[in-house]
Design a protein around this ligand. Structure first.
Ligand code: THU
Length: 136
């Protein structure tokens, strides 16, 4: 088992904890938690909605922000959990934000009943626009 695979359960647990503790979703009632593995450390976030609906922030973006605020700039994996019947893949906007820090990161998502789906970010965000397109 690879070092990354071994940490997926840890990421899913952190994402689930963030969802239980931090998700604020009174409008959609769709609670989401996410956790990223960034330079060996785990950072989590949950979705935070707002009465001005478009100002709501997804769990994945809050997890990325936590990692970046801690000085991390490289993400190897992300895990996303919800209570939905089917695993919840990251939305398009979050795929773009994740791409910035790990274009080939492992993506694992889990439903409320423990069903999992796994991809590489390149599979679910092909032909991404990223730092290289700006010469970075
Ligand atoms: N949501 C996430 O947190 N991550 C996703 O990738 C999909 C959607 C949140 C946004 C909103 O608070 C709720 O789920 C319903 O769309």
């Amino acid at each position: 088992m690879s070092a990354l695979t071994e940490r997926v359960d840890e990421l899913l647990a952190a994402a689930s904890d963030a969802m239980e503790r931090g998700s604020y979703a009174p409008y959609s009632n769709f609670n989401v938690g996410a956790a990223v593995l960034a330079e060996g450390e785990v950072f989590a976030g949950a979705n935070v909605e707002n009465a001005s609906y478009p100002m709501s922030v997804c769990a994945e973006r809050n997890a990325v922000a936590a990692a970046v605020n801690a000085g991390k700039r490289s993400i190897d994996a992300v895990a996303v959990v919800s209570r939905a019947d089917e695993p919840t893949p990251p939305c398009g906007g979050c795929r773009q934000v994740l791409n910035e820090f790990g274009p080939d990161m492992a993506v694992t998502v889990e439903s409320g009943n423990g069903q999992r789906a796994e991809w590489r970010l390149t599979e679910i965000l092909p032909h991404a626009f990223g730092p290289a397109n700006l010469g970075k």
